[in-house]
Design a protein around this ligand. Structure first.
Ligand SMILES: [Zn+2]
Length: 288
C-alpha cells in the first residue's frame, strides 16, 4: 500500500525542497528550469497558490522554499518575494534566501539575510555558473560558516560547478559549514556523492532522485547519508508531488524511519536553527 496516510492524521509530511515564483513570471521561470535540465516536462506552474492547493490535498503541512538568484542583481528581489510568501503563510512557507556568490556586496547581503530571519542560504552553482569550490564560494563559506546553513543543489555530470568532490574540498577547508546537499547528495552523480561526502555530517533530500535512478541507488545513498539526515523533498514545480510521496512510501523503511524522513528530521534541523537564532538575537528566526 503506497499511500500517504496523513489525511487520517497518521503521517505528517513537510516538503523540504520547493521553488515558488511570483505569479507574473511563474510559468516562464518554471519553464526555464525545465529547459536547463534538457527539456524536463514540468508538472506545475510554479505559483504559490498551486503549491498550497496540491500540498493541502496530500496532507503536506509546510514547505521549505529555496529561491535561486540566477544573477547577482536578482538577490534582493527573490528574497523580498520569499519573505512575503513566508509572512503571508506563517509556518506553511519556510524560506531560505537566495544569494549569488558573485554579489559585489556579499558580506552585507549575508548579514542582512541572517538579520531578516531566513533559515539559511540556497545556492545553485550550476544555474549560477559558479564553482562551489572557487574563490567566490569560498569567500561566501568563510562568512556563513557557523552562522547559516547552505542548501546546495548538488551534482550534475554535465558540468563542473557542484560536483560532490568539489563540495567535499570546500568542506575540508570550512569545517564549521552546515551543508544540505539536495537530490540525495549529487544529482546524476550518486556514486560520487557517496564516495566523497560520506561521513561528513551533511543533510540530503529525496527530491529529483527517484525520477532518474533506481530504488536501489536511492537506498544506497540513504544508507550512506543515514535516515536521520534525510529530508523529504519534491522539487515543486518539476514533478508530481503525489509521486514524490509515493516514492518515499515505497522505500523499505520502518514506520519510524519513514516518519523521520517525512517530517522528523527537518523539524529537528529547523528547531536547531531557531534555537541558534534566539541565542544570538531575539529578532532572528521570525520567518520560520
Ligand atoms: Zn530544486
Amino acid at each position: 500500500m503506497v499511500q500517504n496516510t496523513s489525511k487520517n492524521g497518521s503521517m505528517k509530511i513537510i516538503d523540504a525542497h520547493v521553488h515558488i515564483y511570483p505569479d507574473a513570471i511563474a510559468q516562464r521561470a518554471a519553464q526555464s528550469t525545465c529547459d536547463f535540465y534538457d527539456g524536463l516536462p514540468g508538472k506545475f506552474d510554479g505559483r504559490l497558490d498551486t503549491l498550497l492547493k496540491e500540498e493541502e490535498r496530500l496532507g503536506i503541512v509546510a514547505a521549505v522554499m529555496l529561491p535561486v538568484a540566477v544573477t547577482p542583481d536578482q538577490t534582493q528581489a527573490v528574497n523580498r518575494f520569499a519573505e512575503q510568501a513566508a509572512l503571508s503563510h506563517p509556518g506553511r512557507i519556510l524560506p531560505f534566501a537566495g544569494l549569488h556568490p558573485m554579489d559585489e556586496n556579499l558580506e552585507k547581503e549575508i548579514d542582512e539575510i541572517e538579520q531578516r530571519g531566513f533559515i539559511g542560504i540556497k545556492l545553485h552553482p550550476d544555474i549560477q555558473k559558479v564553482d562551489i569550490n572557487g574563490p567566490e564560494c569560498r569567500r561566501l563559506a568563510a562568512r556563513v560558516q557557523g552562522r547559516l546553513p547552505l542548501y546546495l543543489h548538488a551534482g550534475d555530470d554535465r558540468f563542473h560547478y557542484s560536483n560532490p568532490e568539489r563540495i567535499a574540498r570546500l568542506m575540508d577547508d570550512f569545517p564549521d559549514l552546515e551543508v544540505i546537499c539536495a537530490h540525495m547528495g549529487g544529482w546524476s552523480e550518486w556514486p560520487q556523492a557517496r564516495k566523497y561526502l560520506k561521513g561528513r555530517g551533511i543533510w540530503v533530500d529525496t527530491s529529483s532522485t527517484m525520477e532518474f535512478t533506481s530504488m536501489e541507488q536511492a537506498m544506497e545513498c540513504l544508507e550512506c547519508f543515514t535516515v536521520e539526515r534525510t529530508f523529504f523533498g519534491t522539487d515543486y514545480p518539476l514533478w508530481s508531488t503525489e509521486r514524490a510521496v509515493r516514492n518515499v512510501c515505497a522505500m523499505p523503511l520502518s514506520e519510524e524511519q519513514r516518519e523521520a524522513v517525512f517530517h522528523g528530521n527537518i523539524e529537528r534541523f529547523l528547531a536547531h536553527r531557531r534555537a541558534k537564532a534566539c541565542a544570538v538575537c531575539g529578532s532572528r528566526g521570525i520567518l520560520f
